[in-house]
Design a protein around this ligand. Structure first.
Ligand SMILES: Nc1nc2c(ncn2[C@@H]2O[C@H](COP(=O)(O)OP(=O)(O)O)[C@@H](O)[C@H]2O)c(=O)[nH]1
Ligand SMILES: [Mg+2]
Length: 213
């Protein structure tokens, strides 16, 4: 987490998960409202920056894409450095990608320091007819690991901005807590507490899932 120079926040968020689960499309849907049905491995794009307003404050989310390195199990520690948020993505039509989630979480924990606001994302929920991982399984894993959970579709846009928004808000809550704990800001304690309580209420998002109807 950094100040962006203008007094606002810059949050680094990484998107991880097996190859072809839809990471690049989730990012392009969120940042540019675009979907690419023929997307090959993303080349050259390191990150996209998206501005979000939280509690009237401008927050910049710098969202990193793996550029296809995950195929070679070669996502480097530089990729994770400084991250304060993560989306761990699997494909609901391919169980192997769900089984990889723990490995990705281990990698995230190994390479990052401090608290990472993490969302478990079951992508491609538009493909209900060939679903291979139930919503319940996703929810249970998220609960076990203390993660937020949503099913998304980068294809039809379901829950895409919601997933990023929850992570960004949670980072904001974590940052506010840090500020509260630092001596220089003790004076603002009573003021900040109000907004923290409000933001904690957003945890109900963890049960949101696009395919539960
Ligand atoms: N049906 C469907 N296909 C998707 C979705 N997201 C991505 N895809 C497709 O899955 C393939 C891999 O997507 P990509 O974003 O490149 O995955 P990445 O390797 O994780 O970055 C591409 O053919 C996409 O068009 C989705 O939500 N629904
Ligand atoms: Mg990609």
């Amino acid at each position: 987490m950094e100040e962006d120079g203008g007094g606002g926040y810059l949050f680094k968020i990484v998107v991880i998960g097996d190859s072809a689960v839809g990471k690049s499309n989730l990012l392009s849907r969120f940042a540019r409202d675009e979907f690419d049905p023929n997307s090959k491995a993303t080349i050259g794009v390191e990150f996209q920056t998206q501005e979000v307003i939280i509690d009237g404050k401008e927050v910049k989310a710098q969202i990193w894409d793996t550029a296809g390195q995950e195929r070679f199990r070669a996502v480097t520690s530089a990729y994770y450095r400084g991250a304060v948020g993560a989306l761990v993505v699997y494909d609901i039509t391919r169980r192997t990608t769900f089984e990889s989630v723990k490995r990705w979480l281990d990698e995230l924990n190994t390479h990052s320091d401090g608290k990472i606001a993490t969302m478990l994302v079951g992508n491609k929920c538009d493909l209900e007819s060939i679903r291979d991982v139930s919503i319940q399984e996703g929810k249970e894993l998220a609960e076990e690991e203390g993660l937020f959970f949503m099913e998304t579709s980068a294809l039809d846009s379901t829950n895409v901005s919601a997933a990023f928004d929850v992570v960004i808000r949670e980072i904001y809550v974590n940052v506010s807590r840090k500020v509260l704990n630092s001596d220089s800001h003790k004076g603002e304690l009573s003021v900040n507490r109000i907004s923290l309580v409000k933001n904690d209420g957003d945890k109900s998002w963890s049960n949101v899932s696009c395919c539960s109807r």
